[in-house]
Design a protein around this ligand. Structure first.
Ligand code: 3IO
Length: 341
């Protein structure tokens, strides 16, 4: 009797011993490590949202995952972000879809001139559009969130007050925004944002067409002393994850990331809208940047020149087999919904 209970006690100790040395190794001390690549420098909005997402995921998973962030194209650059993530060179990557307009047809339709008023609305519209259509372009990745910039404006070294001023002017833009510049008669030069500081410095371009927070975050206000207020189209972004890295995650970690999708889109939109305000005040105060408002008649002419773009896009996308009319209709309806109209 005594001997038997002694063996039981030893048995319990052995089980407890292995439980103690094995369990923490699984459950606690070894977080899943994920790399997250981004193309522009750390102070810019795609990286600010990246750090916020990292912090939230690490917090909400109680340290089950550890995310290493790589801003500034140190792991993947602007144009190989999608393929790099698919190939597993990074677990997660943030990309600007405008840099590959033919690849992301459905989601890039949000950069048609349909009047998205700000980044918050843009981000929620884009994210809903993605969830509705689940475009084939993302079949090989897990999409974690999407968001947009605030509407685009002209930042330039020379003042642009009318269509005559913009005629033949070398201005940088990508994707949907590039088409807008062409329609206004500019000499549109295409390159990712990350290549723009050097192009401006070398004089390859005389300005750019993007959201205005870059005046501060890239210090473009040092060379571009003029802003022409057009508030035209947004640039759409996506955050994607390697599908094997995603499938390897514990279910509860996946849930944390999925639950963050809409919240992150809205957070980033809000951050962008607020930050544009901060940057505009800074540009005026620090570099005496002139904000040029087009007269009503002038503005009408500029808007007129963009009228063909959406119809042309519908025709082209339809030819490629996309439900183009429905996509545009949905973007317009979602824009109304989130604008509170
Ligand atoms: C952008 C891209 C990287 C960092 C900051 C940014 N602000 C607006 C954009 C949009 C964009 O990708 C572009 O090319 O204008």
């Amino acid at each position: 009797m005594r001997q038997k209970s002694g063996r039981v006690i030893i048995g319990i100790f052995i089980v407890a011993f292995f439980a103690v040395i094995l369990m923490p190794a699984n459950a606690k001390s070894e977080p899943v490590k994920l790399s997250y690549a981004n193309f522009p420098p750390a102070p810019t909005f795609p990286c600010v949202q990246m750090e916020r997402w990292k912090k939230e995921v690490e917090k909400r998973t109680n340290g089950k995952v550890a995310i290493n962030t790589y801003p500034g194209g140190t792991l993947l650059g602007a144009k190989n972000m999608m393929d790099g993530v698919i190939a597993g060179q990074a677990d997660i990557g943030c990309l600007c879809m405008a840099y590959q307009p033919g690849r992301f047809v459905t989601t890039n339709a949000t950069s048609l001139p349909v009047g998205i008023p700000n980044a918050k609305v843009g981000s929620l519209v884009l994210w809903d559009l993605y969830k509705k259509y689940k475009p084939e372009a993302f079949a090989k990745v897990k999409v974690l969130t999407m968001f947009t910039t605030a509407p685009t404006n002209i930042m330039s070294k020379v003042p642009v007050r009318n269509l005559a001023d913009i005629k033949g002017l070398d201005l940088r833009a990508s994707g949907g925004a590039a088409q807008i510049l062409k329609a206004w008669g500019a000499n549109q030069v295409g390159m990712p944002m990350s290549a723009t500081p050097e192009a401006l410095q070398k004089g390859v371009v005389k300005g750019l067409f993007s959201s205005l927070e870059v005046m501060k975050d890239f210090k473009f206000a040092e060379t571009c002393r003029y802003v022409t207020v057009t508030d035209t189209v947004i640039y759409p972004f996506a955050v994607v994850m390697n599908i094997d890295s995603w499938n390897a995650l514990p279910k509860d970690v996946q849930k944390v990331m999925e639950d963050l999708g809409t919240e992150q889109a809205e957070w980033t939109g809000n951050y962008m809208d607020d930050h544009v305000e901060v940057a505009n005040a800074w540009s005026k105060k620090t570099h005496n940047v002139e904000f040029i408002n087009l007269s009503k008649e002038e503005k009408a002419e500029w808007t007129n020149k963009l009228k063909f773009i959406t119809d042309k896009w519908i025709q082209d996308a339809k030819t490629k087999g996309f439900p183009a009319k429905a996509i545009v209709k949905d973007i317009k309806a979602l824009t109304k919904k989130y604008s509170g109209k």
